[in-house]
Design a protein around this ligand. Structure first.
Ligand SMILES: [Cu+2]
Length: 194
């Protein structure tokens, strides 16, 4: 079991929790629909049952919340991000490409020249300064298995900071995950980590 949990990505975990939760919601709805067709006394009994379940649900939720806080808060404070010792990468989104370059940039987003391919070091704190020269985009870093690792909005007039540390060497696809026009899907890039 711990092995299975270790192999689960947050996305798969969220999907599993959603499926289980939907199952219980559907069960509850079926129960209520069936109870609705019964006499007034049965309805009253059904209501009392639901209220009883609701109090169990409350305590289960509270216990889950406390357990969740206990399990997550003990990791605090989160790893301090020493961006001074790391790299800064400027990222500009445009219809329909990414411009990336090493270092901070004072150039206007339209004037910034960059490439949709970039090589970065592994195990170093990287701060992406993300903006857009036209409409809203979303800068998303994936691994080679198609799992989303980090993302932030690329917005005209704003510089959003995204901090990430690549633990493994390899190629990381960059996608835009904010619909920005018909050719949105060609808005890709690649970060090579070595
Ligand atoms: Cu897009």
């Amino acid at each position: 079991m711990p092995l299975i949990l270790a192999a689960m990505t947050p996305q798969i975990y969220a999907a599993a929790v959603t499926v289980v939760a939907v199952y219980f919601i559907v069960l509850g709805a079926i129960y209520l629909i069936r109870a609705g067709g019964e006499s007034a006394a049965d309805k009253y009994a059904a209501k009392a049952k639901v209220y009883k379940v609701r109090s169990y649900y409350f305590w289960a939720l509270l216990a889950g919340l406390i357990a969740g806080l206990f399990l997550t808060l003990q990791h605090l404070p989160y790893e301090k991000f020493q961006s001074k010792s790391g790299e800064i990468v400027t990222v500009v989104g445009m219809q329909w490409a990414w411009k990336m370059g090493l270092g901070a940039s004072d150039a206007k987003p339209k004037d910034f020249t960059g490439s949709n391919q970039l090589t970065l070091p592994a195990d170093k704190d990287i701060t992406f300064e993300v903006t857009s020269e036209d409409v809203n985009h979303n800068f998303a870093i994936y691994n080679d298995r198609g799992i989303l690792l980090a993302q932030t909005q690329a917005m005209p007039g704003y510089k959003n900071l995204l901090q990430y540390r690549f633990r493994e060497k390899g190629d990381y696809p960059i996608l835009c995950i904010e619909y920005c026009g018909a050719p949105h899907t060609i808005m890709t890039g690649k970060i090579h980590v070595e």
